[in-house]
Design a protein around this ligand. Structure first.
Ligand SMILES: C[S@@+](CC[C@H](N)C(=O)[O-])C[C@H]1O[C@@H](n2cnc3c(N)ncnc32)[C@H](O)[C@@H]1O
Length: 205
C-alpha cells in the first residue's frame, strides 16, 4: 500500500479512537447541562469536514464558538489555520479543561459566547470565519442576537459564520438575521452524523 494511504488509514483509526474516547465525557456533560450541551455525542468527522469546508489559511484569524471536545477545532487546524490564529469560546468548565490539554497552543476563553463585550478577541473587522457548534435552537432570542452581534463585529467584510443544526431550517430566526442585516444559506446536509445535521453559512447581505 502506498505511504499516503497507510498514513490516511492510521489517521482515520486515530480519529475513530478519539471519537470513542470522547463519548463518555460528552454524555456526562449532557447529563449535567442538557440545554447547554444539547447533544449526547460529539459531532462526527463528516460534519466536521462539512462545517470547515470553506476554511483555509486565508480565513485566519478564526473564532470557534462551543468547541465541546474539539472535533471542529481539529478540523479547523487541519484546514491550515495556525493555533495562534484561533480562539475558542467554551461555556462548559469540563470541556474547557479538556480543550486546554488537547490544544495547549490555542487560546480558550471560558465563558458564554453571548457575553463577550468586555473580552478582547482579535479585534473589530479582523476575523475571516466563525465556526459555531452552539445549540442556537435552545437559546433565548436576545442571547442569539448578542452572539451574532459579537461574531459580525469581529468578522471582516466577506467573512462568514458557519453554524450547524439538527433542525430543518436555519436555527437563527429571520428576525435576528434581519435586525443585523444578515442572510443565511444551507451549504451542506450530512446524513452520516448522529443525528443528521445541516450546515448554514451566515453572511452580510
Ligand atoms: C452541541 S455541543 C457541540 C460541541 C462540538 N462543537 C461538537 O460539534 O461536537 C454544544 C457546545 O456549545 C457549548 N456552549 C453552549 N452554550 C454556550 C455558550 N453560550 N457559549 C459558549 N459555549 C456554549 C457547550 O458547552 C458545548 O460544548
Amino acid at each position: 500500500m502506498p505511504n499516503q494511504a497507510v498514513e490516511r488509514k492510521a489517521q482515520s483509526k486515530l480519529a475513530r479512537q478519539a471519537a470513542r474516547a470522547d463519548l463518555l465525557p460528552f454524555l456526562r456533560a449532557w447529563i449535567a447541562a442538557p440545554l447547554r450541551v444539547a447533544a449526547i455525542a460529539p459531532s462526527g468527522p463528516a460534519l466536521a469536514r462539512a462545517i470547515t469546508a470553506e476554511i483555509s489559511a486565508a480565513s485566519m484569524p478564526v473564532i470557534e464558538f462551543g468547541p465541546g471536545t474539539g472535533v471542529f477545532t481539529q478540523a479547523i487546524l487541519d484546514a491550515g489555520v495556525t493555533a495562534d490564529q484561533l480562539i475558542m469560546i467554551e461555556a462548559g468548565a469540563d470541556f474547557a479543561a479538556l480543550l486546554r490539554t488537547r490544544f495547549p497552543a490555542v487560546r480558550i476563553v471560558e465563558g458564554s459566547a453571548g457575553a463577550l463585550h468586555d473580552v478582547p478577541l482579535f479585534g473589530a473587522g479582523k476575523v475571516g470565519a466563525v465556526v459555531s457548534g452552539l445549540p442556537i435552537l435552545s437559546m433565548p432570542k436576545p442571547v442569539v442576537l448578542a452572539i451574532l452581534d459579537t461574531a459580525f463585529s469581529e468578522l471582516r467584510p466577506g467573512g462568514a459564520m458557519y453554524q450547524f443544526t439538527y433542525g430543518f431550517r436555519c436555527p437563527v430566526a429571520d428576525s435576528v438575521l434581519d435586525a443585523l442585516g444578515l442572510k443565511a444559506s444551507r451549504t451542506a446536509t450530512v446524513l452520516v452524523n448522529a443525528p443528521p445535521a445541516s450546515v448554514y453559512k451566515i453572511e452580510r447581505k
